[in-house]
Write a protein that binds this ligand. Structure first.
Ligand code: ATP
Ligand code: MG
Length: 425
């Protein structure tokens, strides 16, 4: 019996992988313009890191982590998200000492969560994320939101809804927490077992429950926006004011609470409104985490970030029917006939590649017709045919596949010829 791919994972094959590269390249280009630099952290971390940052009571820590013991009996976890490691690295490398704050970072790579696989939900998925750590200027919140909207826009996505909320500071959250407990406690027996635990541990997360979302108490739950103190209110209106100024539209949703424990003040999500996107419409989640650096042993350094998965990004592109601007073609395919021509084509294909062109040839000792078919299949822009007659004259026949014309050029000028023709197009 053959071994199959693990559940909830996928192979990304040629034809698909170009889409991934395309989205990653757009995201990196937007990060360049906003002056965010790449950070690469390990795929696994000490389990403790996620317990302390993501939070002991979250679904991620309680149900979704790939945790294992290594041969040295340390408990390690495949990273379920990116922020914890970036903040760990910020503290460990004393990035708070860098004169220019915030430190603006982006990352991309696989994340792992033991979830029930379905469309848009995998056990290994790739996130692209950004963190700006070291400033509490609301302009940074607006910058981070503008950055992610810019990435989506650059890819051509239009049917998006940016949803934002404020979770306030600690004082506001405590007041809201008390109100939530008073609201849910008398009837908590009607809620799921998870919500019953949440009531004592983190009642805010009851609002995020997927099982009890239709319970009547959900609709009437106290809104965080009514519990924001003056400072938190001012902060939130600064953020929304900046977004207005940038012409970025958004919806305020006081019920938006993010799944992770470390958020405060600004929380946001980007949803796809494309028809046929499916049940899970969240493309991106982000928010401010002012206590996290301190929780992980650093100074009181405030941060904000977001992450989206490439999987859901691609699904949104397809739901909106956006054409992928991918160039899968080959510049030149060499058809070689006869032993000597085949030998010559080793150097010839190499010269084309050295000149910066994409080039390929036959390696199956096929007849002319089959080689021409291969050139067609590979979408070659030019097909260069080297037969005995051409070889005798040190020339090669070059077919322009788009124009349908052909020319006979000196062998040693092939690369230059194809290059000039390509540039003329
Ligand atoms: P959800 O409510 O969909 O479970 P989440 O709150 O767990 O999302 P975050 O931890 O905020 O998600 O992750 C940020 C983004 O990463 C999500 O908005 C989504 O685009 C993506 N994402 C999260 N989990 C998965 C997954 N299992 N497969 C693919 N993408 C995912
Ligand atoms: Mg989740």
């Amino acid at each position: 019996m053959s071994v199959k791919i693990p559940r909830g994972t996928q192979d990304i094959l040629p034809g698909q992988s170009e889409k991934w590269q395309y989205i990653e390249s757009i995201a990196k280009e937007v990060c360049r313009r906003y002056h965010y630099k790449e950070i690469r952290t390990p795929i696994f971390e000490h389990t403790e890191l996620f317990k302390r940052s993501v939070g002991d009571t979250t679904d991620i820590v309680q149900k979704e982590m790939y945790t294992f013991e290594d041969r040295g009996e340390r408990s390690l976890t495949l990273r379920p998200e990116g922020t914890a490691a970036v903040v760990r690295s910020f503290v460990e490398n004393k990035m708070f000492g860098i004169p220019d704050q915030p430190v603006k970072l982006f990352y991309t790579g696989p994340m792992f969560r033991y979830e029930r696989p379905q469309s848009g939900r995998y056990r290994q998925f790739v996130q692209f994320g950004v963190e700006a750590i070291g400033s509490e200027d609301p302009a940074i919140d607006a910058e981070v939101i503008a950055l992610v909207m810019d990435i989506y826009k650059s890819a051509g996505l239009k049917k998006l809804n940016l949803v934002i909320n404020s979770l306030g500071d600690a004082e506001s959250r405590n007041a809201h927490r008390a109100a939530l407990i008073a609201h849910f406690e008398p009837r908590i027996g009607e809620f799921c077992a998870d919500c019953q635990t949440r009531l004592a541990q983190n009642p805010l997360r009851i609002l995020d429950c997927k099982k009890d979302r239709d319970h009547e108490l959900m609709g009437t739950a106290p809104s965080i926006l009514d519990y924001l103190n003056e400072e938190s209110k001012t902060y939130f209106s600064k953020v929304t004011g900046y977004l207005d100024g940038l012409g970025i539209s958004y919806t305020i949703d006081p019920k938006l609470v993010r799944g992770l424990d470390y958020y405060n003040h600004t929380a946001f999500e980007v949803m796809s409104e494309a028809e046929g996107f499916g049940a899970i419409t969240t493309l991106c989640g982000g928010g401010r985490y002012n206590g996290l650096v301190q929780d992980l042993g650093g100074p009181d350094s405030p941060g904000i970030g977001f992450a989206f998965s490439i999987e859901r990004f691609i699904a949104a592109m397809e739901a909106e029917g956006i054409k992928w601007p991918l160039d899968n073609g080959l510049d030149c395919y060499i058809v070689a006939l006869g032993e000597e021509a085949k030998d010559r084509s080793v150097a010839l294909v190499h010269q084309l590649r050295t000149a910066g062109l994409s080039a390929d040839r036959d390696y199956q000792d096929r007849k002319m017709k089959a080689q021409l078919k291969a050139s067609d299949r590979q979408n070659a822009r030019f097909t260069a045919i080297l037969g005995e007659d051409e070889l005798a004259e040190n020339r090669i026949t070059v077919k322009d596949m788009a124009a349908g014309s052909q020319e006979n050029v000196p062998l040693n000028e092939l690369a230059q010829y194809v290059k000039t023709k390509m540039e003329a197009n």
